[in-house]
Design a protein. Structure first.
Length: 94
C-alpha cells in the first residue's frame, strides 16, 4: 500500500503537482458538466481526464511513471491523495 509520503516523493516537481491540479479540475468540471446536462458520457469522461492528465505530467516533469500504472487496485486511494496534494498546492503547504 502506497503511503502519502511515498506519493509526495513521486511528485517533487511543482510543475507535476500543478499538472495534477489542472487534470483534477478539468476532470471535476467534465463530471459536473455531465451531471448538470444529464449527459452521462461527460461524467464518464471525467475519470480518464484526471488519470491521463496526471499521468502525462509524470512523464513530462518527473521522468517517472504514475503509481496507478503499477498498482491499479490503489486508484481510489491515489485519488484521495491527489485531492489532498491539490489542496496543499493551492494553499501553499507544499
Amino acid at each position: 500500500m502506497t503511503t502519502y509520503r511515498e506519493f509526495l516523493d513521486a511528485h517533487r516537481s511543482r510543475a507535476n503537482r500543478i499538472g495534477h491540479l489542472l487534470a483534477l479540475v478539468a476532470g471535476i468540471a467534465a463530471g459536473v458538466e455531465g451531471f448538470l446536462r444529464g449527459e452521462w458520457y461527460w461524467a464518464l469522461l471525467a475519470f480518464p481526464v484526471i488519470g491521463v492528465g496526471g499521468g502525462l505530467s509524470h512523464y513530462l516533469f518527473e521522468g517517472n511513471s504514475p503509481a496507478f500504472s503499477k498498482r491499479p487496485w490503489e486508484i481510489p486511494l491515489l485519488l484521495v491523495y491527489d485531492v489532498r496534494m491539490a489542496f496543499e498546492t493551492i494553499t501553499g503547504k507544499e
